[in-house]
Ligand binder design. Structure first.
Ligand code: GLY
Length: 314
């Protein structure tokens, strides 16, 4: 059996009995896994949604909407880090394994729940991705919560009072949520305000299928967080799923892709990238290039925030 990487259970939530703190054991029932400690909000709500009879997509949308609403860590939703011009531009996508259905939005302004727009693109258009003004127009047509575009100007003033943005790779995160239901079907979603201080129009990995998120219902699902440029140049989550297809445990697949990118990239391991993955059997894993990476998991046994240390450079 594959040696799962040591993971420390750092927090039990909700007073539930939680599983042992090692990545990877298969879960027969539903399992939700998400990036960062605030991912516990999403995994827990997603799991509850499934228990209430919601669909996989309901579960993904419900979990991510709450993180967007709270703008957790100032990196998701309209409270997320503004771009260099002073206003947030949001990226999101959603994928459902059966039928390989997908929806995505990028550079979305003034919309409270990008994940709902991504889902609406999937369910109500013949397209996969909408960007910028078109994405906002579509969201307004669908009646998805918005703020007046004029209010974004005020954010610019507010932004100018703040300290200079942190260098890329520090202080920007993403909610990426993966779900395996009790039938072994998979889904996932991402939402982010992207790198703080990014150029207007910059799109990161999160809305790009195969980069920030990939789901293959025959194999597994993988999601990313961190510096999008270092994820999207390597189609990293697609690469993780392909390694699971070759038989690797999700833990091993995440680690191998970090090593493979570091081997090829001039930055070596200074990539600021982190991954989570789950396979069709309900085994899960996570890996990070150069930082301790906390992530959240919810199963029937409860919700835990676990962490992996950075991979050891080869
Ligand atoms: N991973 C989020 C971004 O770089 O935009």
């Amino acid at each position: 059996m594959h040696r799962a990487a040591a993971v420390v259970c750092s927090l039990f939530l909700l007073g539930c009995q939680a599983p042992q703190g090692t990545a990877g054991p298969a879960s027969a029932g539903p399992l939700a896994i998400a990036t960062w400690p605030f991912g516990a909000i999403a995994t827990d709500l997603a799991w509850q949604s499934l228990q209430r009879g919601g669909s996989r997509l309901d579960a993904i949308e419900t979990g991510i909407r709450e993180v967007e609403r709270q703008s957790c860590d100032g990196s998701v939703g309209l409270g997320g880090g503004p771009n260099a011009a002073g206003y947030p531009q949001l990226d999101s996508c959603i994928l459902d394994g059966p039928g390989q259905r997908a929806g995505s939005v990028a550079g979305l302004e003034g919309i409270v729940h990008p994940i709902s727009v991504a889902r609406a693109v999937m369910e109500h258009t013949r397209h996969v991705m909408l960007v910028g003004e078109g994405a906002r127009w579509f969201a307004l047509q669908r009646g998805i919560d918005s703020v007046p575009i004029e209010e974004l100007a005020a954010k610019k003033q507010e932004w100018q009072q703040r300290p200079a943005p942190a260098p890329q790779g520090q202080g920007h995160d993403t909610i990426t949520l993966l779900l395996r239901d009790s039938d072994g079907h998979l889904a996932g979603g991402c939402s982010t305000s992207g790198a703080g201080g990014k150029l207007p129009g910059r799109v990161g990995d999160s809305p790009i299928l195969g980069s920030g998120l990939y789901v293959d219902d025959e194999v597994g699902a993988a999601g990313a967080t961190g510096v999008g440029e270092n994820v999207m140049r390597y189609c990293a989550t697609f690469a993780i799923v392909e390694r699971m297809r070759q038989g690797l445990h999700p833990q091993q697949a995440c680690e191998e892709v970090v090593h493979d990118i570091a081997r090829r990239d001039p930055r070596r391991y200074r990539l600021d990238i982190c991954f989570v993955a789950v396979d069709k059997q309900g085994r899960f894993g996570a890996a990070a290039s150069n930082q301790r990476f906390p992530f959240a998991v919810t199963t029937a046994a409860g919700t835990q925030v676990l962490h992996v240390d950075a991979v050891s450079p080869r």
